[in-house]
Design a protein around this ligand. Structure first.
Ligand code: PEP
Ligand code: MN
Length: 359
């Protein structure tokens, strides 16, 4: 996969793609683009031409007639434009009008038929394609979509993290940061963007989400900006003016993935070796606990007592979680950890019982 700096020239800075949720009118497209250009911070312009809406009879995008407006952004302002494509026809039209970047939306990534249809028309085309995560927190589905696009011969690919549908409404779409982190671990050379707009769903949470993305070493942001956000025809609550975006970007702190300072490197090494030591200790303690599980399993078997005892499990949770909290460990984390350890003990003990049945 090509390093994204070859298709977005960012001089080593995080890439910023900004623009309205939807292209609405020629005036809106150009006024927003001009204001964004004035801040000198954006590397590409985004706009939805066709909008996948949850309910019918909402604004579904102006369609093909937006392309001449977007061409003006590319030709007159010299900003590459990214548009969302959800089927083969969209790709054909976007290419015909010379759009510089395509992205696949969250509602399309969930469907391998649609992604494959898009991949098929992209064969032999050299254009950057960005793939948003599927709406459900399924990393394999996200990677599968990236692979389909890559297998069509597209080399300039990036992923966009836009959060996941969830019952937890703290955000419009739950960030589940562990999923993009795992994506980055699996595909380290894949540029990873964050879309704070669709995660936050509200203006006041945008900068928190964007800063978090920078803290986690994301390569760039795709963010919605509209010259009159209150009257936007889609996603009004999460769009901000170009001026406000400029202020926000100015305040965000870009972290370095590494530092060349000798002092920092030495200190980092000290922290890391202390952590390595603690991890080894954790593993040794776990091994001892599982040895004990094995002994206990054999003892239960001799006495014909079942492996799982509900009261014991409750007692474990009731004592371990408050103890963990007293040690400043998050209660939810402690519960998950104890569950994994308990599941493994049960697996070990059930194994011992099964040996008996086979004998
Ligand atoms: C959008 O970018 O406006 C959009 C529809 O996003 P998503 O696919 O993330 O919902
Ligand atoms: Mn939107």
């Amino acid at each position: 996969m090509v390093d994204f700096s070859s298709w977005l020239n960012t001089n080593g800075k995080p890439a910023i793609i900004a623009g309205p949720c939807s292209a609405e009118t020629e005036e809106q497209v150009l006024a927003t683009a001009n204001a964004l250009k004035a801040s000198n911070r954006i590397h590409a312009y985004r706009a939805g031409v066709w909008k996948p809406r949850t309910r019918p009879n909402s604004f579904e995008g102006v369609g093909e007639k937006a392309f001449p407006w977007l061409q003006r952004v590319q030709n007159e302002l010299n900003i590459p434009v990214a548009v969302e494509v959800a089927n083969a026809k969209h790709v054909e039209l976007a290419l015909e009008y010379g759009m510089k970047i395509l992205w696949i939306g969250a509602r399309t990534t969930v469907n391998p038929f649609s992604v494959q249809e898009i991949a098929d028309v992209l064969k032999g085309v050299d254009i950057p394609v960005m793939v948003k995560n599927p709406i459900n927190p399924d990393l394999a589905l996200w990677i599968g979509a990236l692979e389909r696009i890559n297998q069509a011969g597209i080399k300039q690919i990036a992923a966009i993290h836009r959060g996941f549908s969830s019952m937890n409404k703290q955000f419009r779409n739950a960030p589940n940061w562990e999923i993009p982190i795992e994506l980055k671990t699996t595909l380290p050379s894949l540029p990873l963007f964050c879309d704070p707009s669709h995660i936050a769903g509200a203006r006041d949470k945008l900068s928190y989400v964007a800063q978090k993305a920078f803290d986690l070493d994301f390569d760039g942001l795709m963010i919605e900006s509209h010259y009159t956000p209150d009257s936007a025809l889609s996603d009004a609550q999460q769009q901000i003016t170009p001026g406000r975006l400029n202020e926000m970007l100015e305040q965000l702190i870009v972290r370095n993935a590494r530092s060349n300072s000798a002092e920092f490197t030495a200190k980092l090494e000290t922290y890391r070796s202390a952590m390595d030591e603690l991890d080894s200790e954790l593993i040794r303690v776990l091994a001892k606990r599982f040895d004990l599980s094995k002994e206990l399993g054999e003892y239960k078997k001799e006495n014909n007592v079942s492996v799982f005892q509900l009261e014991r499990w409750k007692e474990i949770l009731d004592s371990r979680i408050p103890f963990a909290q007293s040690q400043d460990i998050d209660a939810h984390f402690a519960e998950i950890l104890m569950k994994i350890i308990h599941d493994e003990s049960i697996r070990i003990q059930t194994g011992i019982f099964q040996q008996e049945t086979q004998d």
